[in-house]
Design a protein around this ligand. Structure first.
Ligand code: ATP
Ligand code: MG
Length: 550
């Protein structure tokens, strides 16, 4: 499946910049903070940035925005790299903002030397008081007029570790009355002792703020278009102020777009971390998680995620995307590409009384009804088979296109059978069905009789045991947490485990991650919990059609 990329307002800006000569080669970046796993929202940004890099024969960097070591981890760095690769992208350059710590510090010194930054001794609480509000201007910090010499000395001593956490910050000296609060002398550096950074170890006890680090990292890498989500719109004037006031001859253009919000999902890393750490899910790659790792394990393909991103487009207005769109992207992909198999999720034993006791018969079944090139596989007919409990009723009206007593149904890719007798246990549950088959119905319809429908089945002695995990939305509400704590909206029935399933023998060679359509049931993928010698474990990826129920 090819991903078609519709144009968007960002591509139009780039087209203009190339036409006017402002840009010669497009250079974008994807800048995750390694404080969690990537989610489907990040995929939107990845597809946007890498897609532009590819389509304009430009470059795209992967840059870890690692300025907050307290929450970051090398394991997240590795997970992010593997997720970006899995989505099908290759970065031109790999960077860490922490690689620039020395340069960033030199730029901070530059600002101080020009009288454009100062060391401030106010604590966090006082800084907030002095900042004013949307309706009132702020007032200058008592340390705002420190001399350049004093500021240089204090900054050097901050770096040398002479002052405790929170006692001082380096601040830009911009405008305490600016209508945009981000320009009211924003912090550039803070003191953080005792942290071990995954890249720089214990080398630093002062760390640059995101707003200081980001524009400079972009400029150092020669990024031309710095794409970020709308909440950074108000930070753009600070981005520009910094690049205008340090000695650097590049000035990337920050462009904001709307973040992806998905129904029935949470997308903030803080909330995803909480789901994992508090055991509401089984890990970052739990198939119910909206993480890339979760979607991959669930059975989503990289193409389907890229296609989804193309479908939702890139705009400047926030919206809530229906889960159905994501599901439709994977369903379309799998309808075309997933081989068909038969799996009985809730088995009911059927004995074909007129079939030879030890007879077995290999039958050929197409792997895909509309694509002969996908070939065939062998299924095996025998005297005892399983059908799904839902495919038999003692009696039913004509709308029921399955098996009833004294009625006939076709076994998919096999014979027509007739149900003669239902054997029950003491509780009255049907435990076995006695049927007969018509040997003259392989590949042809019986003469003069109408068969109700077609059902799937698996030979009892050849089928393989499997556990099938069915998933529902992780949350009950389309906007979890909208009216309170998001944890209260968790759907307690999001996982249903069926442990007595039987799948056809051709699945013996299935590999972890391989995807199939289980006929009449949906799309499934072999989970990594499958162990040799134990029952297979399949994840339900998505149903066969959008039921529009949830
Ligand atoms: P969180 O607030 O959950 O920690 P974040 O935005 O801080 O998320 P980053 O790792 O900083 O996460 O994000 C890396 C890039 O991905 C940023 O450019 C960010 O704008 C983008 N991004 C994050 N979430 C989304 C989303 N839901 N839709 C589109 N882009 C997103
Ligand atoms: Mg962030």
């Amino acid at each position: 499946m090819s991903t078609t990329t519709p144009t968007n307002f960002i591509r139009q800006i780039i087209d203009q910049d190339l036409a006017s000569g402002k840009t010669t080669q497009v250079h974008t970046r994807f800048p995750p903070e390694p404080n969690g796993y990537l989610h489907i929202g990040h995929a939107k940004s990845i597809v946007l940035n890498f897609g532009i890099g590819e389509d304009y024969q430009g470059k795209t960097n992967l840059r870890f925005d690692d300025t907050n070591p307290a929450k970051e981890d090398l394991a997240f760095v590795e997970a992010i790299k593997s997720d970006v690769r899995w989505l099908g992208y290759a970065w031109d350059e790999l960077h860490f903002a922490s690689d620039y710590f020395e340069q960033l510090y030199a730029f901070a010194v530059q600002l101080v030397e020009q009288g454009k930054a100062y060391v401030c001794d106010l604590d966090a609480e006082q800084v907030r008081e002095y900042r004013g509000s949307l309706t009132e201007p702020g007032k200058p910090s008592p340390h705002r007029e420190r001399s350049v010499a004093e500021n240089l000395d204090l900054l050097a001593r901050m770096r040398a570790g002479e002052f405790p956490d929170g006692s001082r910050t380096l601040r830009a000296k911009i405008d305490m009355a600016a209508p945009n609060m981000n320009l009211r002398d924003p912090a550039l550096y803070r003191i953080r002792h005792g942290l071990v950074h995954h890249q720089t170890g214990a080398a630093w006890c002062i760390y640059p703020m995101y707003d200081f680090t980001h524009p400079i990292s972009d400029a150092l890498e020669g990024i031309t278009h710095s794409l970020c989500t709308l909440e950074f719109e108000d930070h753009r004037s600070l981005y520009d102020w910094l690049l205008d006031n340090i000695a650097i001859d590049r000035h990337p253009q920050q462009i904001e777009f709307a973040r992806l919000n998905l129904e029935y999902a949470v997308m903030s890393k803080r909330k995803l971390t909480q789901l994992v750490n508090e055991g509401h899910v089984q890990g970052w790659d739990d198939p119910r998680m909206p993480t890339i790792a979760g979607l991959r394990r669930r059975g989503y393909t990289p193409q389907s995620i890229r296609q989804f991103c193309a479908m939702i487009g890139v705009t400047k207005s926030d919206s809530l995307v229906e889960m159905g769109m994501l599901e439709s992207a994977i369903r379309t992909d799998l309808d075309t590409n997933a081989p068909r198999r038969m799996a009985v999720l809730k088995p009911l034993k059927v004995v074909i009384t007129n079939y030879p006791a030890d007879g077995t018969e290999p039958l050929q079944a197409p792997n895909h009804p509309k694509n002969e090139a996908m070939g065939t596989r062998e299924i095996i007919m025998s005297r005892e088979i399983y059908i799904d409990q839902g495919d038999f009723r003692e009696s039913a009206n004509k709308k029921y296109k399955r098996l009833v007593l004294d009625g006939e149904v076709r076994l998919r890719n096999g014979y027509v059978i007739r149900a003669n007798e239902a054997i029950k246990n003491d509780q009255g549950d049907i435990v076995e069905l006695r049927c007969t088959y018509d040997p003259d119905t392989l590949g042809k319809n019986p003469e003069g009789r109408k068969v109700r429908g077609v059902i799937h089945w698996v030979s009892a002695s050849h089928g393989l045991p499997a556990e099938v995990r069915l998933y529902d939305r992780l949350f009950k509400s389309p906007e979890p947490g909208k009216d309170g704590d998001f944890l209260d909206d968790i759907n307690p029935d999001s996982l249903q485990v069926l442990s007595n399933c039987v799948v056809e023998p051709a699945l013996a060679s299935a590999e972890v991650g391989e995807r199939f359509q289980f006929e009449r049931e949906g799309y499934f993928c072999l989970d990594l919990d499958s162990r040799p010698g134990e029952p297979f474990v399949f994840n339900q990826i998505v149903g066969l059609r959008d039921l529009g129920l949830k």
